[in-house]
Design a binder for this molecule. Structure first.
Ligand code: BEZ
Length: 202
């Protein structure tokens, strides 16, 4: 199998954590692909019409996306029942936290593009402020109401949590999430030390 990605994408990092945790590292080649909004990478468009990373090419030659679909596919292939529980309240809890962390990450990536790629004269500050408000409210909700649900065996929501915070450290170093949302610090530090996480950023 082949995973098309990028060293700095939090969604690729999440897939790499799942690959490591599923013991599939030796079966998946990882290739970085150069993508930039406004520049059409025709070769990659033939693999994924949305020109989006991560994209996984399966052993049957099928292109899978987005990151959740890729992780679900790999978790099922590995027969792992804890990374994404099959049913019941545990599944709902994991999906809920995953959606919250992924949503924050998506807003962070969008805003990063807005600030780093869009020419300054076309920048829409109201949209940027709106996204930053969603990011901060999301982190606050995690800090106040959700963080206690992040425990027990490692699962995909924790992969989304740790990659979200690593991305915020990488692209939003002035956000000071550790001071503003202190309940996130200890879970982040424990998860970040896991070998499946460390290996995902090598
Ligand atoms: C980034 O470098 O910020 C980035 C790269 C690819 C996807 C998402 C974010």
């Amino acid at each position: 199998m082949k995973l098309y990605g990028s060293k700095t994408s939090p969604f690729v990092a999440k897939c790499r954590i799942i690959i490591n945790e599923c013991g599939l590292k030796e079966r998946i080649e990882i290739e970085d692909v150069s993508l930039s909004p406004g520049t059409i990478n025709i070769d990659f468009a033939k693999k994924n019409p949305l020109r989006q990373i991560p994209t996984l090419i399966t052993e049957d030659g099928v292109a899978l996306y987005d990151s959740f679909v890729i992780c679900d596919y790999l978790i099922r292939m590995a027969g792992n029942k804890t990374l994404l529980p099959d049913n019941g309240p545990d599944r709902t809890r994991v999906l809920h936290i995953h959606a919250l962390c992924s949503g924050i990450t998506e807003r962070a990536v969008q805003t990063r593009y807005e600030m780093a790629v869009r020419p300054e004269e076309y920048r829409w500050q109201t949209g940027i402020d709106d996204n930053m408000d969603r990011i901060k409210r999301g982190l606050s909700h995690l800090n106040d109401a959700v963080i206690n649900a992040i425990d027990g065996p490692f699962d995909i929501s924790e992969a989304a949590f740790v990659t979200m915070l690593r991305y915020l450290d990488f692209r939003y170093s002035d956000l000071s999430w550790r001071e503003d949302y202190p309940n996130l610090v200890s879970p982040f530090e424990s998860l970040n030390e896991m070998s499946c996480v460390q290996m995902a950023y090598e």
